[in-house]
Design a protein around this ligand. Sequence first.
Ligand SMILES: *[C@@H]1O[C@H](CO)[C@@H](O)[C@H](O)[C@H]1NC(C)=O
Ligand SMILES: *[C@@H]1O[C@H](CO)[C@@H](O)[C@H](O)[C@H]1NC(C)=O
Ligand SMILES: *[C@@H]1O[C@H](CO)[C@@H](O)[C@H](O)[C@H]1NC(C)=O
Ligand SMILES: *[C@@H]1O[C@H](CO)[C@@H](O)[C@H](O)[C@H]1NC(C)=O
Length: 365
Amino acid sequence: MKKETQHIKFLLLVVFVALSCVCVAIINDLMSPLSNPILINGAHVNKRFMLWMEEPTPQTHTTSPNTRSIRSKTIYPIVSQGYKINNKDICRGVEKVSVIVIVHTAPSHFLRRVRMRSTWLNSTYYSPENVRVVFLLGLVPDLITQVKLEQESKIYKDIVQGNFIDSYRNLTHKGVTGYKWISEHCMNAEIVAKIDDDAFINFFKLFEDMSDLKHKKRTMYCNKIPKGSMAIIRKNTSKWYVDEYEFKDMKLYPHTYCSGFTVFISIDLIPMLYRAAIGSPFFWVDDFFLFGLLPSRIPGVVHEGIRPNLTFMPKEAYTCYIRYGKNCQYLVFPAKDREISKMWLAMTHDRKQSIYGNYYMNLPA
Ligand SMILES: *[C@@H]1O[C@H](CO)[C@@H](O)[C@H](O)[C@H]1NC(C)=O
Ligand SMILES: *[C@@H]1O[C@H](CO)[C@@H](O)[C@H](O)[C@H]1NC(C)=O
Ligand SMILES: *[C@@H]1O[C@H](CO)[C@@H](O)[C@H](O)[C@H]1NC(C)=O
Ligand SMILES: *[C@@H]1O[C@H](CO)[C@@H](O)[C@H](O)[C@H]1NC(C)=O
């Protein structure tokens, strides 16, 4: 009798272990994007092959004839793989999108995105201007977050998830994915705004006072960092540490660039920037790569500074709006989490009417 119980216990143990193995295998498979076949230049390639490849495949991007002329090797199979989540219709249904906002967001910032959508990123407040939004993120290691992101995408249809691991040192991939996505799906936009998810833009001011950007070519409006003015950090204890072999022997960044908190870009530049990225070696400091290095490879790009109309202190922006209402000079400022609705109310309290008359009819009471 005793022996039989032990047998059964042993059998149960074996079954349990076997089932666990299967489960772990399935979960691993779901969570690791690289273990699934990946599409490179139209061919399915698996993880082992990716690891085995010494050199990444040179790109032959077929949608644009100009790309073929770029011969240099690239580390951008990442952008040839398509998206884990895509919402292709974000810019469809209207002839012109006034601004496409590309938000570099962290996957876990669910609540922050909800707050942004219900306030200043809700396009109903700007009619007849069309504001469209993409929340751009990368791959996440855990299945629960992935499922939540897919639900979020179903509800709001504004998520784009690229095929790269979402991490601080991969923000360059996020930016290049944004350039690619716009080139493919949003060329009817008049202005591009790349922002971090703690930035806040006063679109009323943009449309009333700064819409000249719509008519400009090869232009970036941003917090401009002139060439030769920013140190390349070599101290390996810093968050922004750059290896000595990258920009070897240089002490300062060699091109004008933008701090990436908020950057307005004329639409004509986007496909050029994307093509430049395909032919450029990876460099992880995204602000320099996206807004300095890539533009340096395109003739005639102009960086225009907006420093007087930007603050990095949320309190300052808040006080300014409470005091001066729509005459406050700030176009761009930080606001995250609870600050978002406070800032929205401060910014809109005297905007029931505008220079357009009943232009912004849908503002909250
Ligand atoms: C956008 O604003 C409209 C009008 O106030 C509202 O009905 C809608 O729910 C808002 N959308 C989101 C995503 O919060
Ligand atoms: C960046 O993403 C690539 C592609 O997913 C991945 O192989 C790499 O490990 C990531 N790097 C970091 C620092 O997360
Ligand atoms: C950082 O640099 C110092 C000397 O320059 C070196 O001793 C140390 O090992 C480095 N640390 C890391 C984590 O690379
Ligand atoms: C930008 O800031 C300057 C200086 O405060 C101000 O004169 C100008 O009107 C501002 N521009 C806008 C569009 O608010």
